[in-house]
Design a protein around this ligand. Structure first.
Ligand SMILES: *[C@@H]1O[C@H](CO)[C@@H](O)[C@H](O)[C@H]1NC(C)=O
Ligand SMILES: *[C@@H]1O[C@H](CO)[C@@H](O)[C@H](O)[C@H]1NC(C)=O
Ligand SMILES: *[C@@H]1O[C@H](CO)[C@@H](O)[C@H](O)[C@H]1NC(C)=O
Ligand SMILES: *[C@@H]1O[C@H](CO)[C@@H](O)[C@H](O)[C@H]1NC(C)=O
Ligand SMILES: *[C@@H]1O[C@H](CO)[C@@H](O)[C@H](O)[C@H]1NC(C)=O
Ligand SMILES: *[C@@H]1O[C@H](CO)[C@@H](O)[C@H](O)[C@H]1NC(C)=O
Ligand SMILES: *[C@@H]1O[C@H](CO)[C@@H](O)[C@H](O)[C@H]1NC(C)=O
Ligand SMILES: *[C@@H]1O[C@H](CO)[C@@H](O)[C@H](O)[C@H]1NC(C)=O
Ligand SMILES: *[C@@H]1O[C@H](CO)[C@@H](O)[C@H](O)[C@H]1NC(C)=O
Ligand SMILES: *[C@@H]1O[C@H](CO)[C@@H](O)[C@H](O)[C@H]1NC(C)=O
Ligand SMILES: *[C@@H]1O[C@H](CO)[C@@H](O)[C@H](O)[C@H]1NC(C)=O
Length: 625
């Protein structure tokens, strides 16, 4: 069933709404009211009883060792002229428990200047982890790789995944690395979270992936994952942030080794350049990190996109950092993202402007100067807004407004070469107008659409006034989206099975979402994060955390609905990256577990959850050969 909808904006394509029939799947012939079992009488008989059940042992299939090396760009020795005059050095660790004080006071970019970036912040409860050097990996024992009992109900469609479907896992540096003050890293805005929200858990230790990366990569490759999506913190590469400041030799060596190890284990690396970790130097006052309600914010925290440091704009400084990372690693990296969910870190219209322009500059640099053959995108967020009543034009209009604001704001210029949507321009008064030259430069600067479709939300107009009145009113409680979001549908039921927070399992809306994105922005679509935090999982016993059926249902049902979009709806869905390969630091909280592995917070030991096996098995058992 397709519904033609009334549209408020001529810029939006007509084919963007596809509604899935609610009658359920077609019945099997033997099950119909007039089928054979409708009238047949069961026959009963005795026989000798015996236990015929057997436990079939199925093992995870590890990634095979690579047989060929594909390169995606010339290596750094060929590209170094694109980032002239780089100097490299190193700084070591900041340990507040140590009495050692650097004596090179006044030396620009020296150890004293570096240490001052840490001591300037009144850290509370600063802690270090158990590791201070890279841990050599040990092979995963075969006993850990035995598949769990299958779920009783597994989707039974016959559809396959294309041979080149990207199956990956994701995490971000700030959420897993720890070692925040080690090997030259300087503070990022999210390091200060407990100073802004006292009591919030810090990222200082996290999963210690900075030292455990080899073991983590080993464990992920052992499960058969093809793509390892990770982020590189700007403040590790350039502790002093700005163009012309020295590059951190230890961080280059670290990520060089990490990339090589991913390849050695038969996977491919996929890099995010900015993932919620803006260097703290951009903030004159850490209180600036929060965005107060009623101040017209686009997102929830200020990632500094609109800021400058020593008169160098974020855009200028970020492009310099991006060029350094790309020239060093582009030879071995097939997929890049410039930004992850930039909407949520945008304070105002200037933030969005800086993001799309920095993104486009790095895209052009990669294609035209590096002449890379890999793929580039940026990842957008939108907990898909579906109209409360799809037959009510006001609800449909509200849903379009909600999705436009979050997606088209970035995607119109980048994917279509079109202006910002009205939803954004009507709400954010200081938006920076895009000229025809801007649009020509921005158009086509992403090779595929990247979305993190965790869940869906039910949308209708504001209860007391209009979307337009809200958009014009800085202190309106429903800003910035200016719609009513609810979790119940017109049936009175929740939209899906709920976790502890905003995530509901909404697989049929995932299929609708893929249709919406494909038909609106007209590019192949990768799901770059999706995942499910089970209610109170952290309070359960270890074995019960590992047997995570609700997370398994989430992955199986989403993947299955994605297959329908691929085969029945004509959508070019190219890949999926699970969030996350392990429980991690969810911005102030370690108990909001999205992982497909558990992490013991005392020992850092990881254990596979059932969903990890089921996620891989669902795809690999259906992959075309
Ligand atoms: C069942 O009923 C349908 C619709 O009336 C009919 O098309 C079909 O042939 C019937 N099947 C059998 C097995 O009688
Ligand atoms: C870089 O590539 C060139 C040409 O392919 C090759 O000669 C050189 O050894 C490579 N350098 C490194 C450091 O890999
Ligand atoms: C790099 O250094 C050379 C020699 O000092 C100088 O001529 C050139 O302008 C510098 N390039 C940049 C981009 O700073
Ligand atoms: C900082 O100190 C370490 C240890 O003494 C030294 O190796 C390093 O070169 C120094 N870094 C700078 C930038 O001076
Ligand atoms: C520091 O740790 C104590 C004890 O766990 C806790 O009560 C306090 O809230 C923490 N402070 C901050 C700023 O996180
Ligand atoms: C930082 O900002 C907060 C909140 O606006 C303010 O109370 C505080 O005085 C500022 N601190 C400095 C050092 O300016
Ligand atoms: C930034 O620019 C202003 C105006 O040109 C100047 O007064 C100021 O000294 C500059 N600040 C820095 C840190 O360069
Ligand atoms: C954007 O680029 C695409 C592909 O080159 C082109 O088809 C489209 O017309 C461009 N959009 C605009 C608004 O020019
Ligand atoms: C709408 O109006 C009602 C009644 O005055 C009020 O309780 C509610 O908070 C308002 N909702 C919004 C989103 O403004
Ligand atoms: C803006 O919204 C606030 C909060 O709902 C309301 O009190 C105020 O009257 C609104 N202002 C206008 C001009 O509508
Ligand atoms: C973490 O590991 C330690 C040591 O093996 C164990 O005593 C503890 O129970 C584990 N914690 C959890 C939550 O399983």
């Amino acid at each position: 069933m397709k519904l033609r909808v009334l549209l408020c904006s001529g810029a939006v394509s007509l084919a963007q709404q596809v509604y899935i029939p609610v009658d359920g799947p077609p019945s099997l012939p033997q099950c119909t009211r007039n089928g054979s079992y409708a009238t047949a009488i069961p026959s009963h008989s005795f026989r000798e009883f015996s236990f015929t059940q057997t436990e079939t042992v199925k093992m995870a299939t590890s990634r095979p060792a690579p047989t060929t090396t594909t390169t995606f760009a010339p290596n750094y020795s060929r590209l170094s002229s694109l980032v002239p005059n780089l100097t490299t050095t190193q700084w070591g660790n900041w340990d507040p428990a140590s009495n050692a004080t650097p004596t090179d006071t006044g030396v620009p970019y020296g150890n004293a200047s570096w240490t001052a970036l840490w001591t300037a912040i009144p850290w509370v409860n600063f802690t270090r982890g158990i590791y201070s050097t890279t841990v050599e990996p040990t092979p995963v024992s075969t006993s850990e790789l035995v598949l769990p009992p299958p779920e009783p109900f597994v989707p039974q469609t016959c559809y396959t995944f294309p041979k080149d479907f990207l199956l990956g896992v994701a995490a971000s540096a700030v959420q897993v690395e720890g070692a925040v003050a080690d090997e030259g890293r300087t503070p990022v805005h999210m390091d200060a979270i407990s100073l802004l929200s006292p009591g919030a858990a810090n990222d200082f230790v996290a999963n210690e992936n900075y030292y455990l990366y080899k073991q983590d990569i080993e464990r992920i490759a052992s499960m058969g994952i093809g793509y390892y999506r990770f982020s590189i913190p700007w403040s590790r590469i350039l502790p002093f942030v700005l163009p012309g400041t020295p590059v951190n030799q230890q961080s280059l060596a670290h990520y060089d080794d990490l990339i090589s190890y991913v390849l050695e284990k038969g996977m491919l690396p996929a890099i995010v350049l900015h993932h919620t970790d803006t260097p703290l130097e951009f903030y004159p006052n850490i209180s600036d990190i929060g965005i107060a309600p009623g101040t017209g914010g686009v997102g929830y925290t200020d990632s500094g996109f609109q800021r400058s440091y020593q008169n160098v704009s974020f855009e200028e400084a970020f492009v310099n950092y991006g060029k350094i990372v790309m020239t060093h690693f582009a030879d071995r990296v097939p997929i890049w993202w410039t930004f992850n969910e930039p909407l949520l870190g945008s304070r105002n219209g200037h933030s969005v402007n800086a993001v799309i322009k920095a993104h486009a500059r790095l895209y052009h640099f990669y294609r035209e100067e590096i002449q890379g053959t890999g793929r580039i995108s940026l990842t957008l967020n939108d907990n898909f807004g579906v109209p409360r009543n799809p037959s009510d034009p006001a609800d449909v209009n509200a849903a379009n407004h909600f999705n436009d604001f979050q997606l088209a704001t970035f995607a119109n210029p980048i994917f279509l070469g079109q202006d910002y949507p009205d939803a954004f321009k009507d709400t954010i008064s200081d938006y920076v107008p895009l000229t025809p030259e801007d649009l020509a430069y921005l158009n086509g600067t992403a090779d595929f659409f990247s979305i993190q479709p965790y869940t869906a939300t039910v949308v209708s107009p504001p209860p007391n006034d209009t979307i337009a009145a809200c958009a014009a009113n800085m202190s309106h409680p429903l800003r910035p989206y200016c719609v009513t979001q609810s979790t119940t549908t017109t049936t009175g039921w929740n939209i899906g099975y709920r976790s502890w927070s905003y995530v509901y399992i909404t697989p049929t809306y995932f299929r609708t979402f893929l249709n919406y994105l494909w038909n609106t922005f007209r590019h192949p679509i990768a799901v770059t994060e999706f995942g499910f935090p089970i209610f109170a999982e952290a309070e359960r016993e270890q074995a019960d955390q590992e047997f995570d059926s609700p997370r398994t249902w989430y992955y199986q049902s989403y993947l299955n609905e994605g297959l329908k979009a691929l085969w029945e709806d004509g959508v070019d869905w190219i890949g999926a990256f699970a969030w996350s390969w392990a429980d991690n630091w969810e911005f102030g909280d370690y108990n909001a577990q999205f992982g497909i592995q558990t992490v013991n917070r005392t020992t850092q030991e990881r254990r596979y959850k059932k969903s990890f096996f089921e996620y891989v098995d669902f795809v690999e058992s259906r992959r075309q050969t």
